[in-house]
Design a protein around this ligand. Structure first.
Ligand SMILES: [Zn+2]
Length: 288
């Protein structure tokens, strides 16, 4: 160890480290390029205070934004066989899982919690896009099934926040099997006569769109969210037509009847609570 490595290098590092602080305090909106103070952005639930652009939100933060006073109880999700196909592309699947776990501090791309939304008991399943693109493997399938079972057990409505690139390629056919599995899960909730509400967030695509998100009693999306099955390029090449402007965005899908409403994040919890009370009033009336 010389004077150079022991003293000069740490000094240089501190100089660089200091620069990182202001970076964390300010966020640049990807839509309007304006700078937003971190605290203001959080207070506005990660919606740009200048242009209203809805930035992506992680699963855990989503729970905090949805439940009263950010208070909820997360449930432990069933463990699944890790890497059933011993898959490897440019990296081992087990390495990808480890990286995703370190990055997100989650076991997989879904979290399930229960708590109250404006005083109404509810079960929420939220997907995490940062975990291998929110892809659905066996763990996500099991997680969603656990959420449905919990809703039935608690006689509470089930709310799903989706954010996914689709199937988890590294689990091959096992990933595809989660489509019928999650469909069955939605039937459990339906058979129990409980509301099942889906909130599609940016992006909700592929095999996930083609399963449990399209089976809700009510379909909501956040403004500007990309929602679709195949990508626009694949569709253009297949139908040999230019796709209309804003195709596969929440607003377009709302106009064309795929979605029931497009709701701002700041109004989401209130809207969910209102829907739950409306659907449950009908339940009570039917029971009487
Ligand atoms: Zn903006």
């Amino acid at each position: 160890m010389s004077w150079l490595t022991e003293f000069v290098r740490p000094k240089i590092r501190t100089l660089f480290a200091r620069r990182e602080v202001p970076d964390n305090l300010w966020h640049q909106c990807p839509a309007c390029q304006q700078m937003i103070f971190h605290r203001d952005l959080l207070a506005n639930l990660r919606v740009c205070t200048h242009c209203g652009h809805h930035m992506r939100v992680g699963a855990v933060e989503r729970l905090a934004f949805t439940f009263d006073e950010g208070s909820y109880t997360r449930i432990e999700l069933p463990k699944v066989v890790a890497d059933p196909l011993r898959f490897r592309d440019t990296k081992r699947y087990t390495d990808r899982l480890k990286e995703a776990r370190d990055k997100t501090r989650l076991d997989d791309a879904i979290v399930v919690a229960h708590g109250k939304i404006n005083g109404h008991q509810a079960v929420v399943a939220a997907m995490e896009f940062e975990f291998i693109g929110g892809s659905m493997g066996a763990a996500v399938g099991e997680g969603f099934l656990a959420a449905a079972r919990l809703a039935v057990l608690q006689e509470a409505p089930l709310i799903a926040f989706t954010a996914s690139g689709g199937a988890r390629m590294m689990e091959g056919a096992i990933s595809l099997m989660q489509m019928p599995r999650t469909v069955i899960a939605t039937r459990l909730v339906k058979e129990a006569g409980l509301p099942y509400i889906v909130v599609m967030t940016d992006p909700t695509t592929g095999g996930v769109t083609a399963s449990f998100p399209m089976l809700g009693d009510i379909h909501i999306a956040e403004p500007g969210a990309l929602i679709g099955f195949a990508g626009p390029r694949v569709i253009e090449q297949t139908v040999r037509e230019k796709l209309p402007e804003g195709f596969q965005r929440a607003e377009y899908l709302h106009e064309h009847g795929i979605l029931d409403m497009v709701v701002k994040r700041t109004e989401m919890a209130g809207t969910l609570a209102r829907l739950i009370s409306l659907l449950r009033v009908r339940d009570l009336a039917e029971a009487a």
